[in-house]
Design a binder for this molecule. Sequence first.
Ligand SMILES: C[S@@+](CC[C@H](N)C(=O)[O-])C[C@H]1O[C@@H](n2cnc3c(N)ncnc32)[C@H](O)[C@@H]1O
Length: 277
Amino acid sequence: MSSAPEWEDPRKVLARHGLAPKKAFSQNFLVSRHVVDGIVRAIAPRDGERVIELGPGLGTLTGALLGAGARVVAIEKDREMIAVLRAELGSNERFEVIEGDAAAVDLATLAGGERIALAGNLPYAITGGIVRNLCEHAASLSRAVIMVQKEVRDRLIAKPDTNDYGALTVFVQARFDVKPVLKVPAGSFHPPPKVESAVVMLVPRDVPRAEETDAFRTVVRAAFQARRKTLRNALGQAVGVERAERALAAAGIDPKRRGETLSIEELAKVGEAIEAP
Ligand SMILES: C[S@@+](CC[C@H](N)C(=O)[O-])C[C@H]1O[C@@H](n2cnc3c(N)ncnc32)[C@H](O)[C@@H]1O
């Protein structure tokens, strides 16, 4: 990995183009070199490796990724940002920007049969859509390093039987190993958001801890929708008490346990038992 390029304060780039951050696109630009370097170190692109960047904005992280040797394909929704990116980075043949919605972009097509690296610092309002997109395309990814709200980081890395452990934890950890990378204080952005942030890295597992079948989804939703209920009651409400009792017995799970105490593998076993004829 070669070293990051010279650093220009993103506020200067904004001023040069006569722009201001737009609330409609939740534009909070990274102004901390320490954080940008931390994201690049986590991605650690090989020379010439393709990295998909979601929401590049003014191109601060993009420039650092390019400086580290990556080829960057960036997906940005705001046309004014796209114009800035083309003006600032367009002469770099390793850089390409595509107008699009990061939550809907088809990562498998972009990956073109390879496993690609991904980086993203996007509006927190669409974190759910982004994470769903990453889960659906886990097989097309080698690793993803994303900025999320601190509370979402806590949910992504949570362990069973804790307040943060929930459906999001289970669906993501079923497909990915999740590693915390950096804590990011609000002052690292311009303008500073009202929340604290964190960078996490998602590395797809060779073998998922659970297959995302309809039955698995039903069990997970039931388990966490009524966290204080016993599994017998929570699952009984979703699929009928008799079927729930039968499935829990077949999976060897005590029906008096609460859903939030189950590991991903145990939730998967219940899902399989529910599907069994
Ligand atoms: C929080 S800013 C971060 C910008 C840049 N990555 C940085 O760290 O400075 C989010 C960026 O995502 C863009 N954006 C917002 N919604 C988007 C979407 N649905 N798809 C792609 N880009 C989006 C915004 O225009 C903005 O450039």
